[in-house]
Design a protein around this ligand. Sequence first.
Ligand code: GDP
Ligand code: MG
Length: 180
Amino acid sequence: SEVGRVCYRVVVIGEDGVGKSALASVFAGSPYGMYADCDQWAGKDENDVYERTMIVDGESASIILLDTWDNQGSWVQEHCMQAGDAYLIVYSVTDRASFEKASELRIQLRRTRQSEDIPIILVGNKSDLVRCREVSVAEGRACAVVFDCKFIETSAAVQHNVSEMFEGIVRQVRLRRDSK
Ligand code: GDP
Ligand code: MG
């Protein structure tokens, strides 16, 4: 039923190339291989908005996912910082600079949304690339403790932990909603 239908705006942010669009395409239900290889995807403007309804803990939740961060002017990024009910801050476990960028974004977000307790998950993507790893699981976890947010490692390529990540963000929003 439409009663109790809840819609959350989730914004994906992070350095270029960390896999934000790949995660978004898994969310949207496109097999990752298609995203990577198919002309339909390759030629397309990667910045996009997706909507999907999921059942999490027996309750329905609609997520509007904004993958609008890359290659945008600073005013669009500023808007992204204001627009989300929740954030996925993504880095690549194979790219230390992207991990450092994630910290910067966390600080920027805190500054922009000072008085709000916004749900955030720090996401270490590309966990399948074992031999290229530059950031350990322990470092990712420690960073999330410092930044007072949740942490998960994902792989868009092998679709590991991607649905867990989206379920996690829904739970985080609900926890805050329920405590109000
Ligand atoms: P974005 O700039 O953050 O949107 O990153 P993209 O989604 O465009 O991905 C950048 C590159 O990383 C592409 O070549 C993807 O195929 C690749 N990629 C994304 N996620 C993964 C992953 O989990 N594992 C691996 N091995 N490659 C990935
Ligand atoms: Mg992208």
